[in-house]
Design a protein around this ligand. Sequence first.
Ligand code: ZN
Length: 242
Amino acid sequence: MPTADLAARRALLQLAATDRLADAAAHDRGTLPEIGVISDGSKRAAELAGKIALAQAEVSDIDTAARKLDAEIDSVRARAARDNERLTSGGAASKELESLQREVESLARRQSTLEDEALELMERREVAEAALAAVESELATITADVEAATVRRNDRWADIDDEIARLAAQRATLVADVPPDVLAIYTRVRGAGKVAAAALVGDRCGGCQMALDRQSLEEIRSAADDTVARCPECGAILVRDA
Ligand SMILES: [Zn+2]
């Protein structure tokens, strides 16, 4: 039967309190609101980077089409200028004049069509550029949010890690006061996710808050002081005199 003297029993209660604080600190560390901000923001930033690449490609495609169109307009203008020169030089025969005249008219229509297309491209470019600017602006905001959240998270982690280190040192001191066989019971109960040591308050277990039945209470009260008592409900080591 494992036994624990008063110092060991008090150490067990402090150990349970220390472990509870350490568990809470570890839980806080993993559930800081900044973690969600960083994770969601990073996902959104990746989506936006994809959208920016698409928007940039669209602007670039429009520029390529506009350059091609400009070159075509230049060549139509040059040809019309040559035809007009030939028409006004007076050296062409009447049949050639008619043909030149028709070509000049046709080139004028072609130029007008191409210029309309160029105008339409300019409008499309403005829309595409505005869309690109909007996505870039959203990305800048989200990047700043993620950076700020990362700084806050790291600050909180540093504080929590200090606290966890302090609790670990405290735990090491307390564990030294508990006999190994009693500590083994404590470790097993704690491993099951339960409070492993608790005060017996009146007829209640401070771990699970259940009232002990009369017989269990009798057994605990009549046992020697250093007997390690257990809660029949949750298995916690019960300390009745701390
Ligand atoms: Zn209990």
